[in-house]
Design a protein. Structure first.
Length: 151
């Protein structure tokens, strides 16, 4: 079951590499960095791009599984993601009025012969993808610092 699945990733940042990080995500090798204007070398996506990508890929995969199960005539699913921060005071739909609010915009293009009802259902399903539910639900982060003394 999904709730029993554990996802593990190891991120290593060596100080001589600046902000560049090597990532092992379940055996898959990835990299991350910050753009040059933020002190990085732009050798990989930044953390916010990975966050946006997680939502976008989950959306595409969830819609693919749903359309396949329903045998709907879908040829392609394309998800464009945008992450931005806006001032809370400029956000009409937000509860906070101080600081900044993170906005993830998700533009979903489904290529195929879908009627209006099927299109509406696809949007409903997109909003139920597991990463969407994680981001919108109650999320706890438990951090523990383990220091290693170099000998």
């Amino acid at each position: 079951m999904l709730e029993d699945k554990v996802h593990k990733a190891t991120i290593i940042n060596n100080f001589e590499d600046g902000l560049f990080c090597n990532i092992d995500a379940g055996g898959h090798k990835l990299v991350a960095d910050e753009p040059e204007d933020l002190g990085g070398h732009d050798k990989g996506p930044d953390p916010y791009l990975y966050l946006a990508t997680a939502l976008g890929t989950c959306t595409a995969m969830t819609l693919n599984m749903y359309a396949t199960r329903k045998k709907w005539p879908v040829e392609q699913i394309k998800v464009n993601m945008i992450h931005k921060k806006i001032k809370a005071e400029d956000c009409e739909e937000c509860e906070s009025d101080k600081g900044y609010i993170d906005i993830l915009e998700r533009h979903i293009k489904v290529t195929g012969e879908l009627d209006r009802e099927q299109q509406e259902r696809m949007l409903e399903i997109a909003n139920k993808c597991p990463v969407h539910r994680t981001l919108m639900g109650e999320l706890k982060i438990h951090s523990k610092l383990v220091c290693q003394v170099k000998q």
